[in-house]
Design a protein around this ligand. Structure first.
Ligand SMILES: Nc1ncnc2c1ncn2[C@@H]1O[C@H](COP(=O)(O)OP(=O)(O)O)[C@@H](O)[C@H]1O
Ligand SMILES: Nc1ccn([C@@H]2O[C@H](COP(=O)(O)O)[C@@H](O)[C@H]2O)c(=O)n1
Length: 203
């Protein structure tokens, strides 16, 4: 199994890059794991309490479960990937049965912060977009898709997102084998990653 980790700050375009990479690749040979699925279960907290959680700190992620799942997939075992709700700020009761594939892509803002997880990646990619570009994209996306208001997104950006990005996410760029500049759509970089994957699928 070829395991590819794709990190980068919120709004840099990780999900978009993954979707572009897997377009036209056979879906029974390439699988996706999202770090967002591994936000910790916060059912013991009220909705109000959950809104105050710092979701950009590594402790918000159940990395133990993510590591266990990646090891299972590498060992050829299927996993039950949790399903997260950004509207409820909580894990749902659902899960998605995820089978091992020849190529597994793992994407998320903090996946490169943990050495145990980092070591499981054969290829590490960091997607870069400038912070103003990321903030604009995040604002538009969170309002359109994640049920958020303007001041809510801006408050989170100032109070937790930006400081956590600078402290935890940006420094992981140094671990990357490949940095994809993504202020604009980067078709050349996507093509390069696709070629690497296609070669693996033919092997
Ligand atoms: N290169 C790009 N240029 C313009 N908009 C982009 C680009 N990449 C992604 N977007 C848009 O920005 C928003 C956030 O992208 P997304 O892929 O969800 O980022 P991430 O997964 O890193 O948070 C989405 O609405 C997406 O359509
Ligand atoms: N309940 C939550 C949980 C997380 N977030 C934000 O999601 C961002 C990470 O996801 P991306 O798809 O943007 O990479 C992260 O910056 C958290 O602030 C949230 O808003 N609410």
């Amino acid at each position: 199994m070829l395991t590819i980790g794709i990190a980068g700050g919120t709004g840099c375009g990780k999900t978009t890059v993954v979707n572009q990479i897997i377009e036209e690749l056979p879906d029974n040979e390439v699988g996706i794991i999202s770090q967002d699925s591994y936000y910790r279960d916060l059912s013991h907290l009220s909705y109000e309490e959950r809104t105050r959680i710092n979701f950009d700190h590594p402790r918000a992620i159940d990395f133990e479960l993510l590591e266990e799942h990646l090891r299972d997939l590498k060992a050829g075992k299927p996993i039950h990937q949790p399903v997260y709700s950004f509207v409820d700020h909580n894990r749902t009761r659902q899960s998605v049965l995820t089978h091992p594939r020849k190529v597994m892509i793992v994407e998320g803002i903090l996946i490169m912060t943990q050495p145990e997880i980092r070591d499981l990646f054969d290829i590490k990619i960091f997607v870069h977009a400038d912070s103003d570009e990321r903030l604009i994209r995040r604002l538009k996306r969170d309002i359109a898709e994640r049920g958020r208001g303007l001041s809510e997104v801006l408050d989170r950006y100032q109070n937790t997102l930006k400081p956590m990005h600078d402290q935890f996410i940006e420094p992981t760029k140094e671990f990357a084998d490949l940095i994809i500049p993504n202020n604009k759509y980067n078709t050349v970089a996507i093509e390069i990653v696709r070629t690497i994957i296609s070669e693996k699928l033919l092997a």
